[in-house]
Design a protein around this ligand. Structure first.
Ligand SMILES: Nc1ncnc2c1ncn2[C@@H]1O[C@H](COP(=O)(O)OP(=O)(O)OP(=O)(O)O)[C@@H](O)[C@H]1O
Ligand SMILES: [Mg+2]
Length: 253
């Protein structure tokens, strides 16, 4: 039996049947605002808070302060303490883009990762990382090397990607194939509001529940509603529970 690394996100570990397989690299994809960064923050925060596992956060888009504000806004009150104590280590856009030579920066990070005491890593977003490589071949080589180093370093990783889950319109990128797992975050319009869903499309070495499950983002972070599986995404009504079906007229005794 493989060992699992728990996300600590309500409902998600259960649809993953235990969590993420240790040392796996999982791609979390979705359109803007679907919750990719928050999922990453929560994965690291819970890691320290619930499981005493340290984490590394690599981001090309935000500064340390932005991340801290995002964490506070969602209720991760101990985020700054964890960062100060070194239990969460951040490489933000300033660190990552400081030297003009990206491959040099990358080499430094990869060196740092070897023999690391950390257990979890989030790269947000992977899309940016790839812009630094000229052609697809180089991207693929670096991505493979990067994922290998993460695994060898004993890290269980989440890589985010700006990619929608609308198939076949969306071309499936090589990132989906090179990673061990693919999770999609989906936001779909519903009347005057919108509904959120999570879909685990693949997870190597792991039995998963691969329906779409309702997702909520609120104070405390992401929450997945596992009991509302198998509903249709069509229509405006919220997910139906099976007890609600067939009720109504004629039910009086
Ligand atoms: N405190 C909060 N309470 C409720 N919802 C929140 C809260 N903070 C953020 N959100 C919701 O989460 C969404 C942001 O999620 P996040 O930044 O993780 O998205 P993302 O997928 O990383 O987007 P992008 O691709 O633009 O980076 C916001 O659009 C907002 O709807
Ligand atoms: Mg983001």
């Amino acid at each position: 039996m493989p060992e699992f690394v728990k996300t600590g996100i309500e409902g998600l570990d259960s649809i993953l049947n235990g969590g993420i397989v240790e040392n796996a690299a999982v791609l979390v994809s979705g359109n803007p605002g679907t919750g990719k960064s928050l999922l990453g923050l929560q994965y690291l925060y819970n890691g320290v808070d619930m499981f005493d596992e340290g984490g590394i956060y690599l981001t090309f888009e935000e500064s340390k302060d932005d991340i801290s504000q995002a964490a506070q806004s969602i209720g991760f009150e101990k985020w700054d303490d964890f960062v100060e104590e070194g239990r969460i280590k951040i490489y933000d856009k300033r660190t990552l883009l400081k030297s003009g030579d990206f491959s040099e920066t990358l080499d430094t990070i990869l060196e740092d990762l070897q023999d690391t005491k950390y257990d979890r890593l989030v790269l947000d977003p992977l899309t940016m990382f790839q812009l630094f490589f000229e052609d697809e071949k180089e991207q693929r080589q670096y991505l493979l090397k990067f994922i290998d180093i993460l695994k060898d370093s004993g890290l269980t990783s989440i890589l985010t990607m700006e990619q929608s889950a609308v198939f076949p319109e969306t071309e499936i990128g090589l990132e989906n194939f090179l990673t061990d797992g693919n999770i999609y975050l989906i936001q779909s319009p519903a009347g005057s509001t919108s509904n959120r869903y999570v879909w685990v499309a693949k997870m190597r070495k792991q039995a998963i529940k691969n329906s779409m499950f309702p997702l909520e983002i609120d104070d405390g972070g992401l929450k997945v509603y596992e009991q509302a599986a198998g509903f249709s995404m069509v229509g405006e009504s919220p997910p139906m529970f099976s007890e609600g079906e067939g009720g109504g007229a004629g039910g009086l005794e």
